[in-house]
Design a protein around this ligand. Structure first.
Ligand code: GCB
Length: 594
């Protein structure tokens, strides 16, 4: 009898904690959601007291229980309700002065009310938590997620209570060798629940994700494929694009997917005409709406063709940092300001460096007619031989693609930035490139490579990864890490029949500091560097675009020069508070003439 009771208790514990991470749902803006943004209580936990006991074993009595003393003599050494609050989404570094340089663990707690809808399911969706997150709902551990810039979601239908619920997240942003990115990187390691948190209302059977795109210009063919959250035959999914007079009903096969091709002649999406069509996807009487643009993108010889026409990518690189004063961006307004600056510069393209940016940013760029290079933080010295590191990178890549595969403006998936050559690195990256292609063969694949610098002024791009990419891209810093006087003598050799993008070049200037052109950190130095670089780079055979480094000064712990850098990388064309530097006008004029 006693055994039976224990067994039943265990079964009960198992059942009540059976929340699961589910495959990422697409088109969050088009779904029924309730926001969990707002004030969350937080506790800074330097030694992970709330997670490990004093023998360093995970403790049953952790902060995730949100325990309260029941009797006056009870000892509970934390209290979320008495702890301060900060805004979610948001980084902790700019919300609490004491946490400016903090890298470690912070616990977050928020209460919310919920009224379950009979027969519905609820997903708990995090757009991003940097970097390592353990998520708990009403004391149940929902899961563990690593990677600071991609979304994840849990089906929490069973864990939600009617009335009050408590969600707790342990966030740890310590840098580690095996992480992606690894221990060193040139940007601020903003910690926290940096993007939206949402409850998503779905039916038990729901559309998990779909792809809708123009297959080819010649045949005027659109392809549509849809995947449900369950592997069941016989569900009807209707796709409607009213402005194209398309209504098509498909029936799922046993694996819960369906697909079709349709004839259509949509107006094409392009920077000059960022046309988006309303798309309705209906399953079992529930309709979800999206806005989708149609275009083709391809590399032919040394050209990039958008809608069959050669296009030069007039770009700029952007970090996801607020336009005024720093901190992680977390709204459409932030994205709009940065992208408007890029437009003012004459850009038709941006490199969203060095990690997937917020969905807001990608969608805003799409509406504004800006093409996008989107990348994962496989940056510098990744732990190439560690298979878990590979799996982490691959997961970030596939979540980036799952989230954004219907965005017409994304033309390039980039898999890495400035990685040192080795067999281990080639194995890792070629596998990633193949993965990207298997998930989406309609876009171009690239990565930011490096050029071997030669003393005879001949710069040759040589990288085994050239076979796996559609566009060869490289970063180079003549004039900054190498002498600007060399620029006119430089020759470039890119021995591959592929389009070339210069994914970075640039140099630093402190806004308002003026002086001679050879005086580092002055606006004149940066201005001259841009002039010399643009003249030099124009000579590259097959130059199809560029994304100079960078739109705005951004925070970096590596930039310690007092009075000049003050923990900012100063290569922005805008200062950290949004003032234009002289080099802005050089690039704007050059783009104006292309
Ligand atoms: C690079 C990196 C970028 C740095 C930049 C710099 O090559 O890709 O992340 O911030 O150089 O400023 O040195």
């Amino acid at each position: 009898m006693k055994r039976l009771t224990i067994f039943l208790l265990l079964v009960n514990i198992f059942l009540t904690s059976s929340a699961k991470e589910v495959p990422l749902v697409g088109n969050i803006p088009g779904r029924q959601t309730a926001s969990l943004n707002g004030d969350w209580h937080y506790i800074v936990d330097v030694q992970e007291e709330g997670y490990y006991d004093y023998r360093m074993n995970p403790t049953r009595w952790g902060f995730f229980r949100n325990d309260k003393p029941r009797r006056p003599e009870d000892l509970i050494e934390y209290d979320f309700d008495k702890a301060p609050t900060m805004q979610v989404p948001g980084d902790w570094n700019t919300q609490d002065q004491q946490l400016f340089f903090y890298e470690g663990t912070v616990w977050f707690m928020r209460r919310f009310n919920h009224q379950p809808k009979a027969g519905h399911h609820t997903l708990l969706y995090f757009e991003a938590v940097n970097y390592d997150a353990h998520v708990y709902l009403n004391g149940n551990h929902l899961g563990h997620h690593v990677g600071g810039f991609t979304p994840f979601n849990y089906d929490v239908t069973e864990q939600l209570h009617e009335g009050e619920n408590v969600v707790i997240v342990k966030v740890d942003n310590k840098r580690r060798k095996e992480n992606v990115p690894t221990q060193i990187f040139d940007w601020w390691n903003y910690g926290g629940i940096t993007r939206d948190v949402l409850l998503v209302d779905v039916e038990p059977v729901y559309v998990e994700n779909y792809s809708l795109q123009l297959e080819s210009l010649e045949g005027c063919q659109i392809s549509f494929s849809v995947k449900l959250n369950c592997e069941e035959a016989g569900h009807e999914v209707t796709l409607a694009i009213p402005e194209l007079r398309i209504t098509k009903t498909l029936t799922t096969a046993a694996d819960g997917t369906a697909s079709c091709f349709m004839k259509a002649k949509p107006e094409l999406w392009s920077p000059d005409h960022p046309r988006l069509y309303r798309v309705d996807i209906t399953l079992g009487g529930n309709t979800m709406t999206d806005e989708i643009g149609f275009r083709t993108i391809e590399a032919r010889g040394k050209q990039i063709l958008l809608n069959g026409e050669p296009i030069f990518l007039k770009g700029i690189s952007i970090h996801e940092e607020k336009p005024n004063g720093g901190g992680r961006c977390n709204s459409t307004e932030d994205a709009h300001t940065l992208l408007s600056w890029a437009k003012e510069l004459g850009c038709n393209y941006v490199r969203l460096a060095h990690y997937p940016h917020n969905e807001y940013a990608v969608r805003e760029a799409e509406r504004m007619g800006i093409m996008v290079w989107s990348e994962i933080p496989v940056y510098w010295t990744i732990d190439w031989t560690n298979f878990d590191t590979y799996l982490n990178a691959e997961r970030q890549l596939s979540d980036m693609i799952q989230r954004d595969k219907n965005r017409a403006n994304i033309i390039i998936w980039s898999i890495a930035n400035e990685t040192p050559h080795s067999d281990a690195r080639d194995n890792f990256l070629s596998r990633l490139a193949q993965k990207a292609r298997s998930l989406d063969d309609t876009r171009l694949i690239s990565m930011a490579m490096e050029v071997t610098s030669a003393s005879n002024y001949k710069n040759r791009l040589q990288d085994n990864m050239h076979r796996y990419v559609d566009v060869v891209s490289f970063n180079q810093y003549i004039g900054w890490y190498r002498d600007v006087n060399d620029a006119p003598k430089m020759e470039w050799e890119v021995p591959y029949d592929k389009p070339v993008i210069v994914s970075e070049f640039g140099g630093g200037a402190r806004a308002g500091l003026h002086g001679a052109v050879n005086q580092r950190w002055t606006e004149e130095f940066q201005e001259n560097l841009y002039r010399e670089n643009l003249a030099m780079l124009s000579k590259i055979d097959g130059l199809a675009g560029m994304s100079p480094w960078i739109l705005k000064d951004f925070r970096s712990p590596r930039r310690v020069l007092v009075g000049i850098q003050d923990y900012y990388n100063r290569k922005g064309l805008f200062s950290d508070s949004g003032e234009k530097k002289k080099a802005f006008f050089v690039l704007r004029d050059w783009y104006g003439k292309r």
